[in-house]
Design a protein around this ligand. Structure first.
Ligand code: 5GP
Ligand code: ZN
Length: 115
């Protein structure tokens, strides 16, 4: 299989699981950019937001319900946290399996975009 995140879902590539249900998998980012940095992925492989359709739009609901679970598990839900999707090349996406970054664990996550 050519997709790293599909390999993480299957277990072929190891990862540190934070949360899983029948639809989604959440795991620690290998190169954390904040004290809490978890990636949430859907078990259905789609590359990016442009691949969403009315027929598969439940992917986003599944992902964001899992974001909420992850925030609670990691204890950042009350203080708040940042949710990022790097979408497409100019958006900084390097892994072509749609994923949500859940980042927090600080009092202030700083500027939204570094210029
Ligand atoms: P993107 O730029 O595509 O939004 O982010 C990809 C993210 O995947 C990066 O934050 C990077 O650190 C993370 N990543 C890349 N390879 C691996 C890996 O093998 N394991 C884990 N856990 N994270 C990875
Ligand atoms: Zn994939």
């Amino acid at each position: 299989m050519g997709c790293l995140f599909c390999n993480i879902i299957s277990g072929a590539t190891p990862s540190k699981k934070v949360y899983e249900n029948e639809k989604v998998y959440a795991f620690e980012d290998i190169n954390p950019q904040a004290p809490v940095h978890v990636l949430v992925i859907h078990k259905t492989h789609i590359e990016k937001l442009e691949d969403l359709t009315a027929a598969n739009s439940s992917i986003m609901a599944d992902l964001f319900l899992a974001v909420k679970e992850v925030a609670e598990i990691r204890g950042i839900d009350e203080k708040g946290y940042r949710v990022i999707i790097n979408n497409g090349t100019a958006g900084g996406q390097v892994i072509w399996h749609l994923h949500v970054h859940v980042m927090g664990g600080k009092d202030d996550m700083g500027p939204m975009v570094v210029r």
